[in-house]
Design a protein around this ligand. Structure first.
Ligand code: HEC
Length: 99
């Protein structure tokens, strides 16, 4: 059960890395660059209480935090190949999921 789930995740990551960055698709960028941490670490995507104050700071401020890095989060989540627009798209995706 666990193994086949891992296989599925690995396969989706492979599929995503094939063309995900072509479009500024926030969900694709998120799945590839951000989900690894933000499904288990605060602020968790979907945790409305954690995100309410962040959403108040505004998308641009959050995007800047991600570009520069914050606390345990490396700059651009460790994906320096991402453009600022792709980071912003991923932030918007996380906000939408956490409203
Ligand atoms: C290595 C794990 C890791 C990765 C990868 C990661 N994050 Fe984070 N992220 C964190 C942690 C930990 C925090 C909390 C930082 C703090 O407040 O000290 C955080 C905080 C944030 C915040 C809140 C920033 C703020 O101003 O409080 C946003 C937005 C965010 N991440 C978005 C993203 C996006 C978008 C990506 C993918 C491009 C990403 N993260 C990738 C670990 C990660």
């Amino acid at each position: 059960m666990k193994l086949s789930y891992c296989g599925y995740v690995a396969a989706s990551i492979l599929l995503l890395s094939a063309g995900a960055y072509a479009a500024d698709n926030g969900e694709a960028v998120y799945n590839q660059a951000c989900a690894g941490c933000h499904t288990m670490m605060a602020p968790k995507t979907g945790d409305k209480a954690a995100w309410a104050p962040l959403i108040k700071k505004g998308t641009d401020a959050l995007t800047q935090s991600v570009i520069k890095g914050k606390g345990m989060m490396p700059p651009k989540g460790g994906h320096s190949e991402l453009t600022d627009a792709q980071i912003k798209a991923a932030v918007e995706f996380m906000e939408d999921k956490s409203k």
